[in-house]
Design a protein around this ligand. Structure first.
Ligand code: ADP
Ligand code: ZN
Length: 691
C-alpha cells in the first residue's frame, strides 16, 4: 500500500481516496499531514471527531517503516486496527488482551517489515523498547496525549514513559494528538513528550453537524423519553449522573421498545464488555451510561447524545456530545439540567481533595457550562466563544430555531434576593420559595420568617416558576451557594446593584413546549422519499456486518449509506466516488450494495409483496414491525434473528392458524417459530385468520 513519490502530499492525497475513500481533507488535517510528512514534531489539538487518526495514518502509509501509535484504550485500538484492516492496511495491536497467536502474528508482520501501523497500549511501552528499536520505527504517534497530564482526570502514569521510549528510538519523530484545549495541559504535554517545542496546531472546535439543545428539568424522565423515543432505531448514548439511574432509564427505554442497555463501572466486567460490544456492533442501540463510558467509545455512527443530568464542565460536555456524529452526518444532542444538578456539581468541586488552584479552574469550567445552559442566544456562538472562537448564529440550535422569550425579571430578582438577604443568606431555594409564597410552615414560623416584609410577596408565582427564577439567578452569579453553609444562597457580585434598582435582570421564559413540539421529530438523514431505500441499505449493511461479526460501521459508515440513498449510484465507478468507499471496500461490498440500489436484490421479494392485497399488506406491515421488535428477543438480549421479507409475505398471504402451520412455511423453521410464533399468531388472528 506504500506509495513512494517525490511529493509526500501527492502520495497522501492519493491514499486518502484509494484507501479511505475520502474526497478531501477535513479542516486542519492537511496542514497537520503536511507537517508530519515533512518530518517535523507536531502537537495537534483537534476536537473529538475532527479526524485526528488520519493525521498520522496517512503519513504512516506514505513512508517506509512502521508507525507506533500509543493509545490508552484497548477497545479503541482494536476498533482502529479492525477499521484499517477492512480498508486493506497492514495494522496490528499489542495489548494485554492479545492472545499468544495474535502477538505472534504481530511480531511476524513486524519483523517481515510488513506492518505499517502498530498500536500499543501504554503499559507495553516499558517492555517494547528493544523490539521496536530493531523494527525500524519511523514515527511515534501519541493519541489522547493529555493522558500525560497529572492534573487531568485521564492521567495514565505509563504515559510518562513515552519520553523514554522516544529517546530509546533515537529521538524518533513524534506527533501528539489531543482534544483538550486547555493551555496548561498543552504546556504539560510539550514538556513531557518533546525535547523542544513541536509545531503546534489548534484546530477549529465547531462541529456543524451537531444540533445542540438544552432544557431545564421539569419532568426529567418524561423529557428524556420524549427525546429518545422518536429516535428509536438510531444509535445513541444517554449519559446519567448515577449508576442506579443508568439502570432505571435503560429499563424504562426497553419497556418502550428501545434496544437499550446500561453501562457503568459497577457492572461485572464481563457484562460491561458485552454491553459495549453490542453497542459497538449495532447501528440501532442506546447505551445508558455514566461517564465511565468515555474514551473507549469510537463509534462514528452515534446519532444522538442525551444528558439526563448536567455534565461536570463545559469541557466534559463538549467531549461527551462530541461522541455523536463523528462520521459527519447529522447528529443531535440534548442536555437536561436542574438547580439540583448545579448545586451537586458545585459541591463536588468544593469537597474534592484537589489543590485550590485546580478547584478554581474546575469552577470556571462549570460556570461556563451553566452559562451555556442558560444562554439567551445561539448555543454554538456561546460554546465556541468559550474556546476562543468567533462564530455567527448557527440557525440550527434550539435557541436559533425557537428564540426564547426574554422578559424583564428585575422585580422578581429583587424579591428573591431580598428573601435571601433578610433570612441571613443561610437557606436554599426551597426554603426561600416557601417564604416568598407565604407558606407559614413550622420551620418558617419557628424562625419568625412569617413576619418578614418579604413573606408572601411572591404568591402570584407558583413554586415551579420560582425554581426557574432561582436557577437563573444562580446561573447569572447573582446568587451563589455557600459551601460553608450547606449550600445556603449568598448574594454574588452585582446583587446589590439589582436590589438598589441600578441593574436590570433579563430572564428567559421557562415555557413548557406543546406536546407536539416536545416530541420533536429527529433530524432527517435523507429526503422522505429516500427513507425506504436508506433502511434497505442499512439492512444490507447489517447482514454483511453480522456475517463477519464486525460492527455495522466497519462495512460503511452512515454517511456513506446516506450518500448512496441520496445520489443513487448505479455503477461501480459511481459508487467508488462516494464518501468512505475505498478500493478494498468497493471490491468487497460494491456489488451487494449496487443490487440494493438498482433493485436487483429485491426482485425476489417485490413480486411476492406485490401479490399481497390490501388486507394482507396491513398484516405484512404488522408482522414486519413485530419482528423488528423481537429481533433480539423479548428483552432485547438474545441472538439476533429476522425473517426475510419474502417469508413475511408468504406468512401474510397464508395466514397460518397454528404454530405448526407457521413453522411449516418455507423460511420459518422451529427456531424462528419459537421466537416470533406467539406474536405472529395473535397478529394473524387480529387480522382474521383463514379468511
Ligand atoms: P478523532 O479526531 O475523534 O480521533 P477520528 O480520527 O476517529 O476522530 O475521525 C472521526 C471520523 O471522521 C471517522 O469516522 C473518520 O473516518 C472520519 N474522517 C476523518 N477524516 C475524514 C475526511 N478527510 N473526510 C471524511 N471523513 C473523515
Ligand atoms: Zn444557534
Amino acid at each position: 500500500m506504500t506509495v513512494a513519490t517525490a511529493d509526500p502530499m501527492t502520495a497522501a492525497r492519493g491514499l486518502l481516496r484509494s484507501v479511505f475513500g475520502f474526497d478531501g481533507f477535513r479542516p486542519g488535517q492537511e496542514e497537520i499531514v503536511a507537517a508530519v510528512s515533512a518530518g517535523r514534531d507536531v502537537l495537534a489539538i483537534m476536537p473529538t471527531g475532527g479526524g485526528k487518526s488520519l493525521c498520522y495514518q496517512l503519513p504512516a502509509l506514505a513512508r517506509p517503516g512502521v508507525t507506533v501509535v500509543v493509545s490508552p484504550l484497548i477497545a479503541l485500538m482494536r476498533d482502529q486496527v479492525r477499521a484499517l484492516r477492512a480498508a486493506g492496511v497492514e495494522a496490528g495491536a499489542l495489548t494485554s488482551a492479545n492472545t499468544a497467536e495474535e502477538n505472534d502474528a504481530v511480531f511476524a508482520a513486524l519483523s517481515a517489515g510488513r506492518l505499517k501501523l502498530l498500536y500499543m497500549a501504554p503499559e507495553r511501552i516499558a517492555v517494547a523498547g528493544g523490539l521496536l528499536r530493531r523494527a525500524g520505527v519511523s514515527l511515534l504517534a501519541v493519541d489522547e496525549a493529555h493522558c500525560v497530564s497529572q492534573w487531568g482526570h485521564d492521567f495514565r502514569p505509563d504515559y510518562l514513559r513515552l519520553g523514554e521510549l522516544r529517546r530509546a528510538l533515537g529521538g524518533v519523530q513524534t506527533a501528539a494528538f489531543t482534544a483538550t484545549a486547555d493551555a496548561e495541559t498543552r504546556a504539560e504535554i510539550v514538556e513531557k513528550l518533546f525535547d523542544g517545542p513541536p509545531e503546534t496546531f489548534l484546530r477549529g472546535f465547531d462541529r456543524p453537524n451537531l444540533f445542540l439543545a438544552f432544557a431545564p428539568k421539569t419532568r426529567p424522565r418524561e423529557q428524556l423519553l420524549d427525546f429518545v423515543l422518536p429516535r428509536k432505531g438510531r444509535s445513541g448514548v444517554v449519559y446519567a449522573g448515577s449508576r442506579n439511574k443508568t439502570e432505571v432509564l435503560a429499563q424504562a427505554l426497553r419497556e418502550k421498545g428501545v434496544d437499550a442497555l446500561p453501562y457503568h463501572a459497577g457492572l461485572e466486567p464481563a457484562t460491561r464488555q458485552a454491553n459495549q460490544d453490542r453497542f459497538q456492533q449495532q447501528d440501532d442501540m442506546v447505551m445508558v451510561a455514566t461517564v465511565a463510558f468515555g474514551m473507549g467509545v469510537d463509534k462514528p455512527d452515534i446519532r444522538f447524545v442525551a444528558h439526563a443530568d448536567l455534565p461536570k464542565s463545559v469541557e466534559a460536555y463538549y467531549q461527551e456530545i462530541g461522541r455523536a456524529g463523528r462520521d459527519g452526518a447529522p447528529a443531535e444532542t440534548f442536555t437536561l439540567y436542574g438547580a439540583d444538578d448545579i448545586e451537586l456539581r458545585r459541591r463536588q468541586i468544593d469537597e474534592s481533595a484537589a489543590p485550590e488552584e485546580r478547584k478554581w479552574a474546575d469552577r470556571r469550567r462549570l460556570e461556563a457550562l451553566i452559562a451555556l445552559a442558560e444562554a439567551p442566544r445561539c448555543r454554538r456562538v456561546t460554546l465556541l466563544a468559550y474556546f476562543g472562537e468567533d462564530a455567527a448564529p448557527c440557525g440550527a440550535c434550539d435557541l436559533c430555531k425557537n428564540p426564547p422569550r426574554l422578559f424583564d425579571a428585575t422585580v422578581l430578582a429583587q424579591k428573591a434576593l431580598s428573601a435571601a438577604v433578610r433570612t441571613g443568606e443561610r437557606f436554599g431555594a426551597g426554603y426561600l420559595i416557601e417564604v416568598l409564597r407565604g407558606e407559614a410552615t413550622e420551620k418558617v414560623r419557628a424562625r419568625g420568617h412569617d413576619a418578614l416584609p418579604t413573606f408572601g410577596v411572591g404568591r402570584d408565582l407558583d413554586a415551579g416558576r420560582w425554581k426557574g427564577v432561582f436557577r437563573q439567578l444562580t446561573a447569572l452569579g447573582l446568587l451563589r451557594p455557600d459551601p460553608e453553609r450547606f449550600g445556603g444562597l449568598r448574594c454574588g457580585d452585582g446583587a446589590r446593584a439589582v436590589l438598589k434598582g441600578e441593574r436590570v435582570v433579563e430572564m428567559k421564559e421557562d415555557t413548557r413546549p406543546a406536546k407536539a413540539e416536545r416530541r420533536a421529530a429527529p433530524a432527517a438523514l435523507v429526503a422522505a422519499e429516500d427513507e425506504a431505500l436508506l433502511s434497505r441499505l442499512k439492512a444490507k449493511r447489517r447482514e454483511l456486518a453480522e456475517a463477519q461479526g464486525a460492527p455495522a460501521y466497519v462495512v460503511f459508515p452512515d454517511r456513506t449509506l446516506i450518500e448512496m440513498a441520496t445520489r443513487k449510484p448505479r455503477t461501480l465507478p459511481d459508487l467508488a466516488a462516494l464518501h468512505g468507499v475505498g478500493e478494498k471496500k468497493l471490491a468487497q461490498y460494491g456489488k451487494a450494495f449496487l443490487e440494493v440500489l438498482t433493485g436487483g436484490a429485491t426482485t425476489e421479494d417485490h413480486p411476492a409483496q406485490d401479490r399481497l392485497d390490501a388486507v394482507d399488506r396491513a398484516l405484512y406491515d404488522a408482522l414486519t414491525a413485530a419482528q423488528a421488535d423481537l429481533a433480539r428477543g423479548p428483552d432485547g438480549t438474545e441472538k439476533y434473528m429476522t425473517l426475510p421479507r419474502a417469508t413475511l409475505a408468504r406468512i401474510a398471504a397464508a395466514r397460518p392458524a397454528s404454530l405448526a402451520a407457521l413453522e411449516a412455511i418455507s423460511g420459518v423453521g422451529p427456531q424462528k417459530a419459537a421466537r416470533f410464533g406467539a406474536v405472529f399468531l395473535s397478529l394473524i388472528a387480529a387480522h382474521g385468520a383463514d379468511r
